[in-house]
Design a protein around this ligand. Structure first.
Ligand SMILES: [Zn+2]
Length: 267
């Protein structure tokens, strides 16, 4: 009896590991992904809906137009997908993107990202985390190493079930997955590489990524802003961003040949 229970479980485990090992990230790392895109998108949707209820959403037309302008140019160079963009009225120096097509920008970030190019650097980086399935990867890794997230099984077993209880569970799970679990160092590097390329292809000056992270470091001299607390050391990041400029410049020059909406930061 015991054997009958264990054997299929082991077989399933082996299959899962085999499937995971073959997945490749956009920069060629092998990735372990245990969840479907639909599951991750569902988590993204529930988390974003919850944030919109909890945080103050900015109604400032000029700020919204500016952030949407940058987001539209970035999403214009991505595989076709609808992105919902919300500006949160909060001093937090932060931005994020979630699976399912959601972008959040906090007004606190707009004091640190001084112009559209710098805002595009942040947005490109955050969207890259989504394109490269980094949330799926970090939650999968956490499950494999058995470090908590028991909630995940409950949450994803309830996937597709639209009751208030499961929505609450999914929201708690989403907060855990998207905002509490940190990205790994290699995921951050990958998001930087992809982000610089995305901004350049969208016609934003890739050099602005360097100024942006300098500004971030300056802004962190008091309490570290959210974005830096889980991100790599400043000097390592600047060195890597410098190294990426050569590859990004031609993409930027080519993008500048086409006419694009000019995004201007409100005064
Ligand atoms: Zn990041």
């Amino acid at each position: 009896m015991l054997k009958r229970i264990i054997t299929p479980a082991i077989a399933a485990g082996v299959l899962l590991l085999t499937a995971c090992a073959t997945h490749q990230s956009p920069t060629g790392r092998s990735q372990m992904l245990m969840h479907s895109e639909a599951e991750m998108a569902q988590l993204g949707q529930v988390s974003f809906a919850q944030l919109k209820q909890q945080e103050k959403v900015s109604q400032d037309p000029a700020l919204n137009a500016y952030v949407n302008c940058v987001a539209e140019r970035i999403s214009g160079v991505l595989p076709p997908q609808q992105w919902e963009v919300v500006v949160f009225d909060s001093p937090q120096v932060n931005a994020f993107a979630l699976p399912g097509g959601y972008i959040g920008v906090y007004t606190g970030l707009l004091g640190v990202a001084e112009n559209a190019d710098q805002l595009a650097a942040v947005m490109g980086h955050e969207v890259a985390h989504v394109l490269a399935h980094h949330s799926n990867e970090k939650v999968s890794r956490s499950q494999m190493t058995g470090t908590g997230l028991q909630l995940l099984n409950i949450g994803l077993a309830a996937y597709g079930v639209e009751s208030a209880a499961t929505i609450t569970q999914l929201a708690a799970l989403g907060t855990n997955v998207f905002f509490t679990l940190p990205y790994g160092r290699e995921q951050e590097t990958e998001a930087d590489i992809m982000g610089v390329e995305l901004m350049a292809r969208a016609g934003f000056d890739p050099e602005a990524s360097i100024a942006l992270w300098h500004n971030m470091a300056k802004a962190s001299s008091g309490a570290p802003p959210e974005m830096l607390s889980t991100h790599p050391s400043h000097s390592t990041r600047i060195k890597e961003l410098n190294a990426q400029q050569q590859a990004a410049k031609p993409l930027y020059q080519a993008a500048r040949q086409q006419s694009r909406t000019v995004c201007r930061a409100p005064k």
